[in-house]
Design a protein around this ligand. Structure first.
Ligand code: NAP
Length: 473
């Protein structure tokens, strides 16, 4: 060990003649620094920590060295900055020792837009002669500690391709997938990633809440309030199960059709424009990007519908109604309960079969949307399941709704206060989607659409090529 290193470093492992390339430096011995160091050591790197208190910084991964910042910076050309941005001031004083080093900024903020500039840009300003790369900040100390890195994506950005390559090499060796986001100006976007709160789920959840609220109050008025006002009956107990079990399938079916509606709209838009080389409107793009989440929320409602349906026979009100009906019939010596209506039997059986099949296909669609399952399918298999099977699911679930109301649609009593029942309203959107899809399947329309999607429109200017974000509908 060199003599001059003694007062400023604690050696937990012999440095020997370590090649600078596999020696990595970490500033900060906190949660992230320690977890990252452990993972780097396990990947075959040698790790040296730069700390304010090299002699009392707490337990570090075995095999790592710890020194003061200046000495640690000397031993590696790549330094991971695992320190909060608020403490970056000390790096400015270290600037002469950090010249030509690659500084990987891992910092995050607790809120968006707290500072006027990104942490990495600030760091670059403090140490102008070093090269700053933003990245690894989307990993958590917990994931690093537990080795949950395989397949995880890290974003990198920086103004030097060489520096990014050096950071990317480390990431790849850790088993991470690297996504280059370009220059350091992308740092703010990368810093905001950990602060995102289900962005793709926002629209589907808003739609679900909106539909649930609307149909809940609509059915409350039509069923419970109507019975109270017109028949002087208090059936408010039905809110808990009967009413809820009407709202769930309605929301589920509408949301399922909303998964397929944007695809159909996009196809008609392409037909109308005669080209695929034109951007879809932003609202359509956003809608298409959250179809998976829309479908999963729809499946959630379908699940609730299935569970609620199972409890129907054990409900007190249902058992009471059945028993009192039988008792009444026996008292009056009638045989009505024993009369068997063949059409009714066919109707109810078809209704249940369609419901069960629809639910099964629903689950199948959800399973193939899982990255691990979807990733193992070929493009054609995935498209077949999500598009063909998806539309079949929508058809079967819609048919489930039609069969439910087949003998009620024409009855006047169905239209309480001149309003259509919920199950009738919920059939509108899926029926429109299915009719539009059927039109798209007409041979002449299908042929034109296929030619458009194969880039048939050749006389478009070149710069519009690539604008289209979603050609795979
Ligand atoms: P931490 O546990 O509080 O550790 C921060 C380290 O910074 C301390 O251990 C200390 O190391 C050093 N430090 C503290 N005050 C300092 C000062 N005034 N001057 C110089 N160094 C100082 O924090 P952390 O959880 O490791 O997070 C570090 C950075 O990584 C933060 O910017 C955070 O946003 C980011 N990050 C954290 C995670 C995570 O899961 N924890 C995930 C992604 C990103 P010494 O005592 O050895 O000097």
């Amino acid at each position: 060990m060199p003599e001059e290193m003694k007062p400023e470093s604690v050696l937990l492992h012999d440095l020997d003649s370590a090649a600078e390339t596999d020696m990595l430096c970490i500033f900060g011995t906190g949660d992230l620094g320690r977890s990252l160091g452990l993972r780097l050591l396990q990947s075959g790197y040698r790790v040296v920590y730069g700390s304010r208190r090299p002699h009392s910084c707490g337990p570090l991964p075995p095999g790592a060295q710890v020194m003061n910042h200046v000495a640690a910076a000397r031993s590696s050309s790549l330094i991971f900055i695992c320190v909060h941005r608020e403490h970056y001031g000390f790096l400015e004083t270290l600037a002469p020792h950090l010249e030509e080093k690659v500084l990987v900024d891992l910092s995050n903020n607790l809120k968006k837009d707290v500072y006027p500039e990104a942490n990495a840009t600030y760091l670059q300003r403090l140490v102008p002669k070093a090269t700053v790369v933003k990245g690894f900040n989307t990993l958590s100390a917990w994931a690093l500690q537990n080795g949950l890195l395989a397949g995880k994506q890290v974003f990198l950005c920086g103004n030097s391709a060489e520096a990014k390559r050096a950071a990317a090499d480390v990431a790849t060796k850790l088993g991470l997938t690297v996504l280059d986001k370009g220059s350091l100006s992308a740092a703010r976007e990368i810093e905001d990633f950990p602060l995102r709160l289900f962005p793709e789920w926002r629209l589907p959840l808003c739609v679900a809440v909106g539909l649930t609220a609307f149909f809940f109050f609509y059915l409350l008025i039509r069923d419970v309030i109507y019975a109270y006002v017109e028949q002087e009956k208090d059936i408010s107990y039905r809110i808990m199960i009967s009413l809820a079990n009407k709202v769930f399938p309605i929301v589920s079916l509408i949301m399922l059709s909303l998964c397929y509606l944007p695809g159909v709209i996009a196809a008609f838009l392409q037909l109308y424009r005669g080209t695929k080389y034109k951007r879809f409107p932003d609202w359509l793009d956003r809608w298409m990007l959250c179809r998976k989440q829309m479908g999963l929320v729809a499946l959630g409602f379908a699940f609730l519908h299935a569970i609620y349906t199972f409890v129907i026979p054990i409900r007190y009100s249902v058992r009471h109604k059945l028993i009192s009906r039988v008792v009444d019939e026996m008292k009056e010596n009638k045989t009505t309960p024993f009369y068997f209506d063949n059409t009714e039997a066919w109707g109810t059986d078809s209704f249940y079969v369609l419901g069960i099949t629809g639910f099964f296909l629903y689950v199948l669609l959800a399973l193939t949307s899982l990255p691990s399952v979807g990733g193992s399918l070929s493009w054609r298999e995935f498209t077949f399941i999500q598009s063909k099977l998806g539309h079949l699911t929508l058809f079967i679930c819609t048919a489930h709704g039609y069969v439910y109301g087949w003998n009620k649609f024409l009855k006047l009593s169905t239209y309480k206060w001149y309003t259509p029942p919920g199950y009738m309203l919920c059939l509108i959107v899926p029926s429109v989607v299915l009719v539009l899809k059927l039109l798209l399947l007409l041979p002449c329309v299908d042929r034109t659409l296929t030619r458009i999607r194969q880039g048939w429109e050749r006389n478009q200017s070149k710069e519009t090529v690539g604008d289209n974000k979603a050609t795979n509908l």
